[in-house]
Design a protein around this ligand. Sequence first.
Ligand code: ADP
Ligand code: MG
Length: 338
Amino acid sequence: MGKIKILDEQLANQIAAGEVVERPAAVIKELVENAIDAGSTTIDITIEEGGLTLMRVVDNGYGIEASDILTAFQRHATSKISTSSDLFKIASLGFRGEALPSIAAVSRLSCTSADTDTGLARQIVIEGGNVTVNEPANAPQGTDMTVRDLFYNTPARLKYMKAIQTELGHISDYVNRIALAHPGVAFTFKHNGSTLLQTLGTGDRLQVIAAIYGTNTAKAMLAVEAESSDYELRGYISRPELTRANRNGITAIVNGRYIRSHAINQSLLQAYHTLLPINRFPLAVIELGMHPSLLDVNVHPSKMEVRFSKEAELRMLLEDAIRKVLGKQRYIPGPDAG
Ligand code: ADP
Ligand code: MG
């Protein structure tokens, strides 16, 4: 007999979890993205102890059909793509079918969901990858994902977790940015009982900016809008006198996905050019829309990095639009935006 074997599913999921679930913020990201993909208009996020003991995401989306609920936790199970050509025009935030099985492999997870078609609810509980409860439930339309004791069965990863404040910081940062990306969704975010963010879901991005950065900052933002044959740009940038000590105030959103993009950051900074004092950075929310085929999001499991097929055109559009808006402003040195 040969020595090579295929790993059993539970072990495979645990290994994948090492990559997909780096820390509590990654769980929140995956659950919230699933809620958005399900067409939710309200998403309530509740965490305790920086997410280490509890993370709960409740949405009012289209739900998971009772007969699908176990399948949703199988590896490579997804309702979002089905053919390889779908992979080149991804319209949803998720598509890898890896998040739920990975999270369930390294936590105690409860999922209760009622779908729009049948209206019937079902609950399953999975502990370290083993299904312990699978029964009918009573619940409103939508999905409630509750994740407790993350990494309880992977002590090496648990030990690597930072202080509660650090984990909370990562989650909070993500929640703020996804709320900026989706002003049409009403988000609430609570940590240890206190509300850290509440958005109204009116679609007004400036309202979300005000909820996160304060009303004075929101008032000092300039609207940017432009389009080319391939790209649509919308967003807000700060007046040059409203600067920050680092780049963390820059949020880039591409087709509804919050991403990190060196190219977008560079274009933004280049457009401000000498308007910014040395080592100071603007506050900006840049949203780009494009045909999904112009974008490769399958770069890394976290999907935080993307590749643009026409990056030069994109950068030109961005730089021109921002220069135009800033050109209308006169530079007046002013207060710090912190
Ligand atoms: P992916 O998002 O890549 O498809 P996931 O493992 O995150 O993979 O989820 C698997 C499937 O479970 C999704 O394709 C979707 O059909 C379903 N699902 C997960 N979360 C939700 C939710 N909040 N509402 C509705 N369906 C969900
Ligand atoms: Mg997903």
